[in-house]
Write a protein that binds this ligand. Sequence first.
Ligand SMILES: C[S@@+](CC[C@H](N)C(=O)[O-])C[C@H]1O[C@@H](n2cnc3c(N)ncnc32)[C@H](O)[C@@H]1O
Length: 325
Amino acid sequence: MRNLLALLVFIPLQILFIPLAIVGAISVGYKQLIVSKRLGVSQTAIEIINGRWTMHIFGLRDDPAAAKLAPALPNTSTFGLWLALFPLYVHTGICGSPKWYPVIAKLGEEGVANLVTNRTGYFDSIIDSAKENAEQFVLMGAGLDTRAYNSLKNSRLKIFELDQPVVQQLKRQYLQKAGIDAAHVTFVETNFSQDDWLDALTAAGYDPSKPTIFLWEGVTLYLGEKSVRNTLRTVQANAAEGSVLVADIYAKSFVAGEYARGMKATLPVLDMTAEQLGFGIEMAGDYQYALESFVTSEGLALGETYFMGYKTEKGPWMVVAELKV
Ligand SMILES: C[S@@+](CC[C@H](N)C(=O)[O-])C[C@H]1O[C@@H](n2cnc3c(N)ncnc32)[C@H](O)[C@@H]1O
């Protein structure tokens, strides 16, 4: 009954909202692409905070810091997101939970539309189990991730955020504008394509003798294989036993834009902010073996894994994996 009522309200509302939704989508797209390019910062980090803001608003995952930071940023528009999503929000309110978007798919049934929702949950789950034994939390390529400003703020973890200087400057400026306290976070300017990133982390107070969670979410696909391998090797050689690195690793077909129809045509958009896709592993055959061989070849052991899309006809396109030191 609720579902029928929701549909009866949703259909006319969505029709009325079509022009507004177009304006909303254009304003979000303009800010994400053009303003990010003008500022010289990552547009893909915006994709994630938009997704996290949406999950928070639709009641899928609490992220009060993202709810405060996103509206303050110059390169996204939460007003535009509201215009695009309001009919779905009303539909969700009547049904009690989102039915079409944003949704968390069942493990193995994820499509590309579930990238942010499912991936975030898998990372949260691995972090939750690992944090009991950890003393440090290093966000590698932190972008606009707000994990450090929610419940982890009150944990005993010493928190470091690593990213490119221009991205960190933007984040720090707008955390302040949004009234989010970042005093407990140590910011370290990095480039994973250069070998000295660990020196910068150590100089900032990282202690290699303490068990640490390294979070590498949404980054490997923008790097080359050499940088990914060097980074894994560096963590392996400079982290205490019991430390874990949590990363998402993509299928070769995904980074080549061949996984889904129309994907290839969208890839040039990433050129605007120099975020071309690079590293992926072969997942067409025995994907578990492929991942295990890759991870062990860098001296790490495989822990929990979440292969996204593995139950679908096309097979897995990404894995969120816990790599143990
Ligand atoms: C898709 S965003 C992910 C941000 C964040 N981890 C999250 O999940 O919200 C990718 C981030 O990786 C950073 N990044 C990409 N290449 C990098 C590199 N070579 N060195 C340091 N950071 C890099 C970008 O600046 C951007 O913030």
